[in-house]
Design a protein around this ligand. Structure first.
Ligand code: ATP
Ligand code: MG
Length: 361
């Protein structure tokens, strides 16, 4: 088992710097998830750890040993890709054992390791089938089996479930979680899926344009984002951002003339600011006196369990509100919103967090 430590890791493709100095420590046995917008460098960073891309500069240690210049095969890592790339003419069993055969493992050893992986992934009944006779989820399990038999210290996953349908993703997510529990290996996992990130990770790394914005547990990032980027990236549907102005004391002036007083505000507020509030924390007010802002409903999605309203604030800002499934408001109606102060975040003009609400209060 192994820790993974990156120090000032950089990667340039030609003149363009893609990874701009990453410092990161992933603990032994930790499940670490990389998230970030498309093109921010998640796959590149994972491939650098795997040894599929070289480092322009910086260091990589795995289990305390410098690895940035070590051959991929000697790093003790195994990578699982989005496209499982199985050999079509080989059976499941041959696909799983192929890498071991190439590196000269004995037949008995290959047999034993394949059996153990097949047990873990419930592939036993499928060992003699060809990839074309498998479902997408089964193929992805074979690809994971191929990684398991190598007994890696570190598993690297690059969006392994994004080709699967929703139900299968849930199944595989649980299976990978179980695998992590059983193998106790260090895992680094790239995903676009908020639910995967929130449910699987011990630690989430939010990347943006080749840099780390914030590292933390899923709930730390959800409740205490360092900046607007992380606040807007973690959570689905995303946090609403409202243009406000500092009023007297810790109050903020909202579009339309309403105010909200932020309790426990430590920073001194002045000038133009941004208030952040998640759709699930906005409350519907019955009368104007209880509302912070009056909005107009632009679109409504009645999902049964809940209703999503997309509304326009008096200054034209768009916002989303998650209400219970019984709300009867229609498109074009007025919706009065209440922003509970304890759910409000405040950001300065540079997008840095001045205040995070605390829902536990
Ligand atoms: N071999 C390469 N040569 C030149 N540029 C590259 C190369 N590989 C990746 N890039 C660029 O590096 C940036 C980061 O790419 P990367 O694949 O790491 O993004 P990503 O975060 O994984 O995105 P996605 O979520 O879409 O998979 C992109 O702008 C991409 O075009
Ligand atoms: Mg990628």
């Amino acid at each position: 088992m192994a820790t993974v430590t990156l120090k000032n890791a950089k990667k340039q493709f030609g003149a363009v710097e893609i990874i701009k100095g990453i410092d990161l420590s992933v603990a032994d046995g930790e499940f670490c998830v990389f998230v970030g917008p498309s093109g921010c460098g998640k796959s590149t960073l994972l491939r650098m750890i795997a040894g599929l891309e070289d480092f322009t500069s910086g260091s990589l240690q795995i289990g305390g040993k410098e690895m940035a210049k070590v051959e991929s095969a000697d790093r003790g890592v195994a990578m699982v890709f989005q496209s499982y790339a199985l050999y079509p003419h080989m059976t499941v069993k041959q696909n799983i054992g192929f890498g071991l055969k190439m590196t000269g493992h004995s037949l008995a050893d290959i047999e034993g390791r394949t059996k153990r992986a097949a047990d873990m992934l419930q592939l036993e009944p499928l060992l003699d089938r060809k990839p074309s006779q498998l479902s997408g989820g089964q193929r992805q399990r074979v690809a994971i089996g191929r990684a398991i038999v190598r007994n890696p210290e570190v598993f690297l996953f690059d969006e392994p479930l994004s080709n699967l349908d929703a139900a299968l993703r849930v199944q595989m997510r649980i299976q990978i979680g179980k695998l992590h529990h059983d193998l106790k290996a260090t895992m680094i996992y790239v995903t676009h899926d908020q639910v995967e990130a929130m449910t699987m990770a011990d630690k989430i790394v939010v990347l943006h344009a080749g840099r780390i914005e914030q590292v933390g547990s899923p709930l730390e990032l959800y409740h205490r984002p360092n900046n607007m980027f992380v606040a807007g990236f973690i959570g689905s549907p995303k946090m609403n951002f409202v243009n406000v102005e500092a009023g007297t004391g810790s109050s903020l002036k909202l579009p339309g003339g309403g105010t909200v007083k932020i309790d426990g505000m430590k920073a001194k507020l002045s000038g133009k600011l941004t208030l952040g509030i998640r759709p699930e924390h906005v409350e519907l007010a019955k009368k104007t006196a209880d509302a912070n802002v009056s909005t107009v409903v632009r679109a409504a999605e009645y999902l049964g369990s809940e209703t999503m309203f997309y509304v326009t604030l008096p200054d034209g800002t768009e916002a989303a509100v998650k209400a219970d499934g019984l709300a009867k408001t229609q498109v074009g109606d007025t919706l009065l919103l209440h922003f509970p102060p304890k759910a409000c975040h405040v950001f300065d003009p540079d997008g840095k967090t001045l205040h995070n609400g605390d829902l536990s209060k």
